[in-house]
Design a protein around this ligand. Sequence first.
Ligand SMILES: *Cc1c(COP(=O)(O)O)cnc(C)c1O
Length: 355
Amino acid sequence: MKNTIYPTFTVHLQSIKENYHKICKKIYPTQVAAVVKDNAYGLGAKKVVQTLYPECKSFFVAYAKEGALIRPLAPEANIFILQGIGKNDLNIVKKNNLIPVLSSLEDISFWENTGIKNIKPALQMDTGLNRLGLRLSDLNKISLEQKKYSLFISHLGCSDIPNHPMNLIQLKTFEKGKCFFDKLPASLSASGGALLGKPYLYDMARVGALLYGISQPVGKLREFKNPLRIQAVVLQTAEIQAGESISYGATYTASRPRKIAIVSIGYADGLFVSLSNKGGFYFHNNPLPFLGRVCMDSTICDISDSPSLQQGDLVDVLNEVYTADDMAIDAQTNGYEILSRFGKGVRFIRSYKNT
Ligand SMILES: *Cc1c(COP(=O)(O)O)cnc(C)c1O
């Protein structure tokens, strides 16, 4: 019997560092801030911050609590809180010197009323995503003292599609907003925008996806490394006859004899049920197609073409060849959601490699 039957989650921190260097070089002299919200897209915010600081001086998270978690690892960094803050966050913000991003007139007056003077918040403008942000009409309405703020940002909605007309529309609106804050450093782009060229760069890009090897431009050779390998253990192999079905709902029926493996990973660990009968594992880069519905703890695959595979062997769930972006296509989602889901898995044996 194997020593362990748990699925494994291995992060190559050196790949994240290389991705950081690559993007820095590409968009120099624009500063690259690392986005580490949602536990660095599931890969481990503390480890990622530890890897990139002090070279990287600015980090973005969604919530104040996430900022507090990484503060000890980056004592001098600027830590921005994208989602804004509630009253209950004020103590955390003060204690950890976190920088809230204010996105509405209400946010601004709330912040003014706290009387906190030693933290200069950032301002977010909405330029067409229609998510969080001050609208251009808000900026026209009010006069804001620039020196009270540290950064002026907005966020693109279609930057993963380089020739999408929204990109230019948002850029133009951002330019208008920027007129009100000509003395503040500006940041419009995340990963997608950082690859759109000079006009989109400004002073800082807020990069998450590319650090973690996802959301890479399609059709090109992958430029950024995939830092995550997920593996799972074969618990059992079996042979089935033509006419036999597999897993809940009997959604797969064999048309000829098959050799199958029952693998110890399922939707509880982050594997999407929408991959049922679609995705697959890999064994030495040979595909092992999923058969039938993905279960909570197990997934069954076809090993007829990899007959040497046996109980106790490890198969790849994600690797260099089949990345989160690839799985996203099969699962009809995006690489972000794939990483975020696996990142929540508490049953993985997690390990970090520095080489
Ligand atoms: C999540 C987020 C980012 C990072 O986006 P990536 O595509 O992962 O680089 C940047 N800015 C804002 C406002 C975000 O919400």
